[in-house]
Design a protein around this ligand. Structure first.
Ligand code: HEM
Ligand SMILES: *[C@@H]1O[C@H](CO)[C@@H](O)[C@H](O)[C@H]1NC(C)=O
Ligand SMILES: *[C@@H]1O[C@H](CO)[C@@H](O)[C@H](O)[C@H]1NC(C)=O
Ligand SMILES: *[C@@H]1O[C@H](CO)[C@@H](O)[C@H](O)[C@H]1NC(C)=O
Ligand SMILES: [Mg+2]
Length: 263
């Protein structure tokens, strides 16, 4: 008996020691803390982060991003610092997922799967109607950078037209670009700039890593360089779609800084 449970525990330990191994998934319950970020919610649902979404420290966040999507530790740590800035306590060392709801900290308007803060405070919850607009720009089984850019641009145009408080500020604009870049990088083919539509839809809709669709964690380490490169490609396609007229944020001439890009 004792030996058997020891072996069982040792096996569990071994499995979790191999990054990329598919993990169990338990949906959130109303008491759990969740965020406007579908990836962080997925990581909590899988237990890479605490399932209750609370009190995430640096090592936990960095390990989770490395294990789940093979993100390198400097980039993961940079994102963690952004998250700490949303905690309403001086010198915080941990954040909870709901802290990320704070509007115009990282959270911004014209999201792909959430309504603008003007319309709803439920930024932690996936919104099927908003996402229906996003996915209407993806006509093919494989999404390319141009179609990903078109989806983001469409959401920006809708927000501009319908939300009297619409704003994409100096933090929100690059964050919006980076979020489109990062789902291509995490779930698709970085060089080709493509990602399977069903994988992306499954990820957003279920807040679950798409293991059962045959997705596998990137074989190589994802760095800031990859994110900057893909962000640059998203910006270039957006400018091409608008004939160069529309820049990335609401002020006409502003350029997206691609260095130190935020998520
Ligand atoms: C510690 C790391 C991270 C933090 C603190 C973070 C935080 C956030 C926040 C606050 C948002 C809301 C922005 C908005 O749409 O208004 C967001 C959106 C998003 N995040 Fe993360 N994120 C992290 C890592 C990642 C990673 C690694 C991915 C990779 C797939 C990812 C994918 C996304 C996507 C696709 C969105 C856009 C959601 C939408 O527009 O509806 N995030 N993230
Ligand atoms: C936060 O850290 C700063 C700088 O180390 C320090 O001066 C300040 O007293 C700290 N505040 C709290 C509330 O701990
Ligand atoms: C992204 O990387 C590819 C391959 O290295 C390169 O050809 C392309 O110019 C880069 N794009 C941007 C916007 O940095
Ligand atoms: C909304 O679109 C108009 C027309 O293209 C543009 O002039 C304006 O700057 C946009 N507003 C914001 C807040 O982005
Ligand atoms: Mg938002």
């Amino acid at each position: 008996m004792k030996v058997a449970s020891f072996v069982a525990i040792a096996l569990v330990g071994l499995c979790s020691a191999y990054p990329g191994t598919p993990r169990g998934w338990i949906p959130s319950s109303p008491e759990d803390s969740r965020s406007p970020c579908p990836l962080l919610n997925a990581l909590a649902n899988h237990g890479y982060l605490p399932h209750d979404g609370r009190d995430v420290d640096r090592d936990t966040a960095v390990d989770a991003l490395e294990d789940a999507v093979n993100m390198d530790r400097p980039l993961a740590s940079f994102f963690f610092d952004q998250a700490l800035n949303t905690v309403p306590v001086a010198n915080a060392t941990r954040f909870s997922l709901h802290h990320l709801i704070q509007h115009n900290a990282i959270e911004h308007d014209a999201s792909l799967s959430r309504p603008d803060a003007f319309f709803s405070s439920h930024q932690d919850v996936f919104d099927p109607a908003v996402f229906a607009e996003t996915r209407s720009h993806w006509p093919d089984p494989v999404i390319n950078v141009r179609q990903a850019a078109a989806a983001r641009l469409g959401r920006m145009r809708t927000s501009n037209r319908t939300n009297p408080a619409f704003e994409l500020n100096q933090a929100g604009a690059p964050a919006s670009v980076a979020e489109t870049a990062v789902y291509i990088i995490a779930f698709g083919d970085i060089e080709a700039g493509t990602v399977r539509r069903e994988v992306v839809e499954y990820f957003f809709e279920n807040e679950r890593l798409p293991f059962e669709l045959g997705w596998e964690r990137s074989k190589f380490v994802l760095t800031q360089k990859h994110l900057e490169n893909m962000s640059g490609r998203v910006v270039a396609e957006t400018e091409s779609l608008t004939g160069g007229a529309a820049k990335m944020d609401s002020t006409e001439d502003s350029q997206i800084p691609l260095v130190g890009v935020e998520l």
